[in-house]
Design a protein around this ligand. Structure first.
Ligand code: NAP
Ligand code: GDP
Length: 325
């Protein structure tokens, strides 16, 4: 870990909150694989470094590292079923974390902060495709209102810090993310890590694979390593306060049933696949436009979904003991 002094050629110290999670680990992997630059020092943090719901701990962390840049990922995160159970906690914890991080960044004169929103925060009743201008146009889906409203407030805060203090605080809006180091907990996690874990167990125990809900809802999934490369680009090049959607194209949206079929193909699962329609479907779809991203990066290549699923399934099997579950 770095101490408070920045010396030598490293003029940028980039603090990554939530550095031990799915997205943080992917950014770390991409930086270590050669995307990092000589003038950049990257510091990846977990909740062990500071509880960011605590204002004093957050300030002390910023005193210690004195970052020039912040990638703000830390959040209470979960899939549909965890969100439905803990809407109040999602609201309170994420509001606290975001307020502490953004205010400490302002107090410490941080040059740029990139925070992380999500396409699930957009209005439920909307026209499609959804774009960056529509965040505050109506209530989010009721299943995750706590998380959604807290995330929307980052956009409000970014605008406030810019208008009142001239801060370059912005945000990205990824769709559903998946990849290595995800939370594979079946009850709490998102659909892909949940289904990958369930397929692993069904294969091992010779049981059927249970997909929750009807399988009809549709999602755009982004591989964590693709998101990491885009995040680094936003940190270095993106100059707007208004957020940017980081997503595969609308044509790459898949149903939950198709996503389950990709996992079955990647793992070679031969058992029965059943749909438990007594479980919630959540939001039917949240189809997002990536045309703003495409204007900036027309040639960016996303990893094909089937390849990314295969890499994630293989990683989960190879790292079963240490994987978060
Ligand atoms: P994740 O794997 O659950 O990681 C969450 C990270 O936040 C971990 O590093 C965790 O630290 C840290 N954290 C949680 N509470 C904290 C606290 N009180 N103090 C300090 N650190 C804390 O989540 P993720 O999927 O990488 O999500 C990263 C960001 O992307 C979040 O802002 C999330 O809202 C956003 N996002 C995620 C998705 C998705 O599908 N996963 C989609 C859109 C947007 P520990 O490891 O120490 O617990
Ligand atoms: P969302 O995209 O924010 O709604 O969150 P999720 O990543 O949890 O995806 C929820 C969608 O996947 C809903 O339509 C669920 O019914 C469906 N789904 C199917 N099986 C599972 C599962 O094992 N876990 C989760 N979290 N969702 C599942």
């Amino acid at each position: 870990m770095a101490d408070g002094d920045r010396t030598g050629a490293k003029s940028k110290r980039i603090l990554v909150t939530g550095g031990s999670g799915l997205v943080g680990r992917a950014i770390e992997q991409v930086v270590k694989a050669g995307e990092g630059r000589p003038d950049e020092e990257w510091v990846f943090l977990s909740s062990k470094d500071a509880d960011l719901t605590d204002a004093a701990e957050t300030r002390a962390l910023f005193d210690r590292y004195r970052p020039t840049h912040v990638v703000h990922l830390a959040a209470m995160v979960g899939g549909l079923f965890r969100n439905m159970k803990y809407n109040l906690d999602f609201w309170r914890k994420n509001m606290q974390i975001n307020d502490n991080v953004l205010h400490s960044a302002h107090e410490h004169g941080v040059t740029k902060v990139v925070s992380c929103l999500s396409t699930c925060i957009f209005p439920d009743k909307t026209t499609y495709p959804i774009d960056e201008t529509m965040i505050h146009n109506g209530p989010p889906h009721s299943s995750n209102f706590g998380y959604s409203y807290a995330k929307r407030m980052i956009d409000v805060q970014n605008r406030g810090y810019y208008e009142q203090h001239g801060c370059m605080f912005t945000a990205v809006i990824p769709t559903n993310v998946f990849g290595m180091y995800d939370n594979f907990n079946i009850e709490d996690g998102h659909v892909l890590p949940g289904l990958i874990h369930k397929t692993y167990l069904a294969q091992k125990n010779g049981t059927s694979l249970e997909v929750w809900g009807s399988g009809q809802p549709r999602r755009q999934f982004i591989y964590s390593l693709d998101l990491a490369r885009l995040f680094i680009w936003v940190l270095r090049e993106y100059k707007e306060i208004q957020p940017i959607i980081l997503s595969v194209g609308e044509e790459d949206e898949v149903s939950i049933k198709e996503a389950a079929e990709s996992i079955v193909a990647a793992t070679g699962f031969k058992g029965e696949v059943i749909f438990d329609t007594s479980k919630s479907d959540g939001q039917y779809k949240k189809t997002a436009s990536n045309s703003k991203l495409r204007k900036y990066l027309p040639d960016f290549k996303f990893t094909p979904f089937s390849q990314a699923i295969k890499e994630t399934c293989d990683w989960f099997t190879a790292n079963y003991e240490m994987a978060r579950k």
